[in-house]
Design a protein around this ligand. Structure first.
Ligand code: NCD
Length: 338
């Protein structure tokens, strides 16, 4: 895949060289994301941001990323405020809206819908999550975070990574995309922890194994997180279940807190979560008592979303090498605590 002008629909489009290219650009976005510099490289460009499912991080960080490159964002959220509520097809919506933007990011509850939309779009479309299928930009920012966190601990590279994914592995699109992305690497040891009914889809497990990686499936958390570099927790995707009652059978099954972490994890294990974590008492998959744990990377992970999404825009719109030419220092107070 070459980035310029491409849709980003599935993580399977990527090879390792594109990941390296993307992450190198993301690294260069740091002064802009941290507000030490501004660039106007996308001055005049418009992002169509279309979210037909709840979203905070993905929607806002894609929007911020575009603004930070100097572009403007037009938002459509929810079916009720769009003509889809009047029976308009995805095809017609794509034909029309792609005339109003230079690039579109879209989230939709139906698997495959963003690809269908993209096939009628006249501009590049990025999949911001299609049902329980995929969430490619999340997988990219997750891998970027893993790489950065491990580097801080003096370890280079993803080959040989030991990672546990915990929770709803059946409906969680972030873990689907992340597993597909990890299958590009060598000797990754994955421990997939879920209730039996919510296991990772078999085709994803098979392709990981076919690539020479090790996959162990388990329904017990404590005994399975003892020897991992990354513990990646997820929320039960209650919106994908036929009823709230069915989802509540699984909510709260796995709860990671400081006591369990201290007892079972290696002292360097990094804790990740795509967020939102479900902090209601009946769920609480990542307890608030982990908030001061320096290995809790969830907010750094969310911050990294801006860098990776800026890099995606810069590459898709072919301005990655122009960003610094359109830059200046900022005038305002920018001290931030990270
Ligand atoms: C995830 C999603 O929407 O798939 N959130 C996100 O984009 N960071 C995970 C979730 O909702 O549980």
């Amino acid at each position: 895949m070459k980035f310029t002008g491409s849709h980003i629909l599935s993580i399977t489009q990527f090879k390792r060289e594109q990941i390296d290219q993307l992450f190198a650009v993301a690294d260069r976005m740091e002064p802009y994301a941290h507000r030490r510099k501004v660039t106007r490289v996308l001055d005049g460009a418009i992002l169509g941001s279309m979210f037909f499912e709840p979203s905070t991080r993905t929607r806002v960080s894609f929007g911020c990323a575009f603004n930070l490159l100097g572009g403007e964002v037009r938002e459509t959220t929810g079916f009720e405020s769009s003509a889809i509520a009047k029976g308009e097809s995805l095809y017609d919506t794509a034909r029309v809206l792609s005339g109003y933007s230079d690039v579109i990011v879209m989230r939709h509850p139906t698997s495959g819908s963003v690809a269908e939309f993209a096939s009628a779009s006249r501009v590049p479309v990025i999949n911001g999550g299609d049902g329980s299928n995929e969430h490619p930009s999340q997988a990219l920012l997750d891998l970027y975070t893993i790489r950065k966190e491990l580097k801080h601990k003096g370890r280079a590279g993803i080959d040989g990574l030991r990672i546990a994914m915990i929770g709803d592995l059946k409906y969680g699109r972030t873990v689907h995309s992340l597993c597909k992305l990890l299958s590009l690497f060598q000797n990754v040891h994955l421990t997939l922890i879920s209730p039996d009914e919510l296991r990772m889809p078999a085709d994803i497990v098979e392709s990981l194994r076919a690539g020479g990686n090790t996959v162990v499936e388990s329904d017990a958390m404590e005994s399975s997180i003892s020897h991992v570099d990354i513990a990646y927790s997820t929320r039960i995707q209650e919106e994908r279940f036929s009823s709230k009652e069915e989802a509540s059978l699984y909510r709260g099954r796995y709860r990671l807190n400081q006591a369990i972490y201290t007892r079972f994890c290696e002292p360097n294990t990094v804790i990740m979560h795509p967020l939102p974590r479900d902090s209601r008492v009946e769920a609480n998959e990542l307890d608030n008592d982990l908030n001061e744990n320096p290995n809790l990377a969830i907010f750094r992970q969310a911050d990294n979303g801006v860098l990776v999404r800026m890099a995606l825009f810069a590459l898709i719109l072919d301005v990655a090498d122009e960003v610094d030419r359109h830059a200046r220092d900022v005038n305002w107070y920018t001290e931030r605590r990270f």
